[in-house]
Design a binder for this molecule. Structure first.
Ligand SMILES: O=C(O)COP(=O)(O)O
Ligand SMILES: [Mg+2]
Length: 229
């Protein structure tokens, strides 16, 4: 049976890895360094998805002391990114991620990654988790001049994977509104994973399909293919 999708583009945080505990741990190190009180993981979960600069801005604002301007953001951002890169505690993959991605690859699907997390941290995590060989293209939040929700972030990954723009048979898999908007911008359907960091009821994201478990993806893609073409 032909595969319903030849190319899949995945989001990282909240889709493949439960990174909120890592981001909370690292962010609290940065907040402490700048004499700010810590945040809870529940707070940080609402701040994931817009990239690291926005994360530190939102985090400082949540402590009651917003960073005044770009000049104030830069040293904080540098501290956070260095601390994240140096953090050696392993990240947690959601259940079924490795097996499902490996099965998709084995059946000939090309996989790409499109995250707003900076590329060097993204690549380090993919290597540590053993996922790097599965992805034919990786775009971080600083790889291009644009990032999600801009559809060109996703389009670039599709191009790197050699997806035919006239008939891409591609789909995006993510967890928040930026993923849905970027997929729409790139002109491809989108699946939302309900366990991530959606910042609104997942049913309101406007995804073509909502799944609760990563292992349900192959069956979900079959259903999605029947509705989008
Ligand atoms: O905000 C981030 O750093 C990244 O989030 P994403 O992997 O969900 O795009
Ligand atoms: Mg995400």
């Amino acid at each position: 049976m032909p595969l319903p999708f030849a190319t899949l583009v995945f989001d990282l945080d909240g889709t493949l890895i439960d990174s909120a505990p890592d981001m909370t741990r690292v962010l609290n190190r940065t907040l402490a360094h700048f004499d700010r009180p810590p945040l809870t993981e529940a707070q940080v979960r609402t701040m994931v998805g817009d990239g690291s600069a926005m994360l530190v801005r939102q985090a400082f604002a949540a402590t009651g002391a917003p960073l005044a301007d770009e000049t104030a953001v830069q040293p904080v951002l540098r501290h956070y990114l260095d601390a994240y890169f140096d953090d050696e505690q392993p990240s947690t993959l959601y259940p079924g991620v490795t097996e499902t991605l490996a099965a998709l690859t084995a059946s000939g699907v090309r996989l790409g990654l499109c995250t707003n997390k900076p590329e060097r941290i993204t690549r380090k995590l993919l290597n540590a988790l053993g996922l790097a060989p599965l992805f034919g293209a990786v775009a971080g939040g600083d790889t291009l001049p644009v990032k999600k929700p801009d559809g060109r972030h996703v389009t670039w990954v599709l191009e790197q994977l050699g997806a035919d723009p006239a008939s891409p048979r591609a789909a995006m898999v993510g967890d928040n509104g930026n993923d849905v908007k970027a997929a729409r911008g790139a002109g491809i359907p989108v699946v939302a994973m309900s366990y991530g960091y959606p910042r609104m009821p997942v049913a309101d994201l406007g995804a073509d399909l909502v799944l609760d478990r990563f292992a349900d993806l192959p069956a979900g893609l079959e259903r999605l293919a029947a509705t989008v073409r």
